[in-house]
Design a protein around this ligand. Structure first.
Ligand code: ATP
Length: 493
C-alpha cells in the first residue's frame, strides 16, 4: 500500500516538474536505478525476509497434549524435558544448563508438529514455526539471515504477547541441518547451519525471553553431528507409528465431532489399520464423513469407514473400466489371493473387490491378526503363498498368467530374501554379503517354488470356491470377508 502511494506521489511530482518546464532526466535515471536495485535485492531474498511473525500467529491454536492420541510415551518424555523450562528457577539454582533443543524423530504424519504446538501451550510459550526448506536459497548468506530473523521474531512475539518463553519449531530440520560439506552449494548450506548453531549456543537460562528450539525430522541419520552433540539437541523424542490402542485413541479424537451410526466399531477399524499414521487416520475419518454426506445421510456408518480404509490404502476409485475378459481375470486373481489367505488364517479376508483404485484393477484386503513386529518362518511362507495365489489361480482357471502379478512376485521374493537373511532357509545362518550370487538366487527361487506347488494344490482342490466367488464378484464388484467365508463353508460341505 505504502509502495503504491509513494509511486503515485513520485509520478505526480515528475508530471508537475514536466509541466513547469524542468529537466526530469536525472530523476528518471535515479528512479530506474533504484527500481533495478530493489528488484535485484528482492531476487536475492534480502528484502522481505520471510515474516515468521504472521506464520506463527496464524498457526498457533490452543492445542494441548490431550488432542494427541497414541503417543503416550513420547508425550511423557517430552513433558519431562519441558518441565525443565517450566521450573527454570530451580534449574538456575542447581546450576543446570538450560535445555536448548528437543528433536522429534519419526515417520511422516505421526503428530510431531502437533507435539510442538502442544509443547508451546504446555510451557505457555510464544510459538514460531518454519520449515527447513524455507532457509535454503541459492545465494550465500540469505539462509543464515533467515535463521537470525526466526529467533529474533520469536523473542519479539513473546515480548508482545507478554510471555517469558518462546518455542521455535523447525520442521524438516534435515534440509537445513544436513551433514556439512555434502551438498553442491556448500557455502550457503554451511552458513545457514552455522548460524543455527550460533543461535542455539547463545540461548541462556536468564535471557529475558527463554527460547527453546524444537525440530522435527524423519531422517535423523542425515543430521550434522554438530547439531546432535550434547548441549544442542539435548533430548531426542521418538514419535512412532501408533499401535492398535493408539490408533483407537486417534480415531476417537477425529470422530468426536462426527455423528456416528450405532453400527460403528472403532476397535475393528483400529485393528484393520495396522501401519496407518495419525494423518492417515484423520484422513480416514474425514473421507468416511464425506461418503456419508454424498449418500445424503446424517450419520457415518461402518461401511463408510470400510470404504475409506480402501481409499486411504489404495487411492481413489478410477473411472477406467477394464474389458469383460480383463474384469474376469482380475476377479480370478483376487479370489485366488482370498482363498489362500483364508486357508492359512481363518477370518483374515476383510474385503475382496474388482473396483479399480489407485494402481490396482482390484484387490483383496486382509485384516491383520494383531499388530506384528516380528515374523515367523510360517508367517513368511504363508505370505509368499498368498502373494503367488493370484497368478496361480489365473493359470489354473484361465489357462495362462498375465502381467498383473509382477508386484505380487516382487513381494514374494522380498519375503523369501528376508527368510534367507534371517537364517530361515535351508542354508541356515549366512553372511548375505559374501554369499555367492547364484546360491542366493537358487535359494530364494527354491523357497518361492516350494510355495507355488503348495498353492497349486490348494487351488485345484478348491476350484469351485474360486469360480463361484468370481461369478458373484463380477455381478456385485465387491464381497465382504463374511460373505467369502460363507461361500467357502457352503462349498466345503
Ligand atoms: P511430517 O513429518 O510429515 O511433518 P508430522 O509428524 O509433523 O508430519 P503432523 O503435521 O503433526 O505430522 O500431523 C498431521 C495431521 O495428522 C494432524 O493435523 C492431525 O490431524 C493428524 N495426526 C497425526 N498424528 C496424530 C496424533 N497422534 N493424534 C491425533 N491426530 C494426529
Amino acid at each position: 500500500m505504502i509502495r503504491e502511494i509513494s509511486i503515485g506521489i513520485s509520478m505526480a511530482a515528475v508530471i508537475s516538474m514536466l509541466i513547469m518546464g524542468y529537466d526530469v532526466t536525472p530523476f528518471l535515471f535515479l528512479a530506474v536505478a533504484a527500481g533495478a536495485l530493489y528488484y535485484f535485492a528482492k531476487m536475492r531474498g534480502l528484502i522481505n525476509v520471510k515474516n515468521f511473525d504472521t506464520v506463527s500467529v496464524a498457526e498457533r491454536r490452543d492445542f494441548s497434549f490431550d488432542d494427541i492420541g497414541g503417543q503416550e510415551s513420547a508425550i511423557k518424555e517430552l513433558k519431562e524435558a519441558l518441565d525443565f523450562i517450566k521450573n527454570h528457577c530451580s534449574i538456575k539454582q542447581l546450576g543446570i544448563r538450560p535445555l536448548k533443543g528437543i528433536l522429534l524423530t519419526g515417520p511422516p504424519g505421526t503428530g510431531k508438529t502437533l507435539m510442538a504446538k502442544a509443547a508451546a501451550n504446555y510451557t505457555d510459550a510464544a510459538f514460531v514455526a518454519a520449515s527447513g526448506s524455507e532457509f535454503i536459497e541459492m545465494y550465500a548468506g540469505v539462509g543464515a539471515q533467515r535463521v537470525r530473523k526466526l529467533f529474533q521474531s520469536a523473542r519479539e512475539i513473546a515480548t508482545r504477547q507478554k510471555k517469558d518463553n518462546a518455542l521455535v519449531f523447525i520442521d524438516e530440520i534435515e534440509i537445513l541441518g544436513g551433514k556439512r560439506g555434502k551438498t553442491t552449494s556448500h557455502l550457503e548450506y554451511d552458513q545457514t547451519l552455522n548460524q543455527l548453531l550460533v543461535e542455539m549456543d547463545g540461548l541462556k537460562v536468564d535471557d529475558k525471553v527463554r527460547v527453546l528450539l524444537v525440530a522435527a525430522t524423519n531422517r535423523d541419520d542425515m543430521l550434522d553431528p554438530a547439531l546432535l552433540r550434547p548441549g544442542r539437541f539435548d533430548r531426542r523424542v521418538k514419535v512412532d507409528l501408533p499401535d492398535k490402542e493408539g490408533r483407537l485413541e486417534i480415531l476417537k479424537l477425529h470422530t468426536r465431532n462426527k455423528p456416528l451410526a450405532e453400527d460403528v466399531r472403532l476397535e475393528i477399524i483400529a485393528k484393520d489399520t495396522f501401519g496407518f499414521s495419525g494423518a492417515h487416520l484423520e484422513s480416514l475419518a474425514n473421507e468416511a464423513a464425506i461418503l456419508a454426506m454424498r449418500e445424503g445421510l446424517e450419520e457415518v456408518s461402518q461401511h463408510h469407514f470400510n470404504e475409506s480404509i480402501d481409499k486411504v490404502m489404495m487411492g481413489g476409485k478410477l473411472d477406467k473400466r477394464p474389458s469383460k475378459a480383463e474384469m474376469r481375470r482380475v476377479a480370478v486373481h483376487e479370489s485366488g489371493h482370498a482363498l489362500l489367505s483364508e486357508t492359512v488364517r481363518r477370518g483374515s479376508v476383510s474385503t475382496l473387490t474388482v473396483t479399480p483404485r489407485g494402481d490396482a484393477l482390484g484387490y483383496m484386503r486382509q485384516t491383520p491378526d494383531d499388530d506384528t513386529y516380528l515374523y515367523t518362518k510360517d508367517f513368511l511362507e504363508n505370505q509368499i503363498a498368498i502373494m503367488l495365489a493370484g497368478s496361480v489361480a489365473e493359470e489354473i482357471i484361465l489357462g495362462n498368467r498375465s502381467t498383473g502379478s509382477s508386484g505380487d512376485f516382487e513381494q514374494a521374493v522380498r519375503n523369501a530374501d528376508i527368510m534367507l537373511r534371517s537364517g530361515m532357509s535351508k542354508l541356515g545362518v549366512i553372511c548375505p554379503d559374501t554369499l555367492p550370487q547364484e546360491l542366493k538366487h537358487n535359494t530364494i527361487t527354491g523357497i518361492v517354488r516350494e510355495q507355488e506347488e503348495r498353492v497349486k494344490k490348494y487351488i485345484i482342490e478348491s476350484k469351485s470356491i474360486v469360480t463361484q466367488t468370481v461369478d458373484i464378484l463380477l455381478e456385485k464388484e465387491k464381497i465382504s470377508g463374511e460373505h467369502f467365508r460363507a461361500i467357502m463353508r457352503e462349498k466345503s460341505n
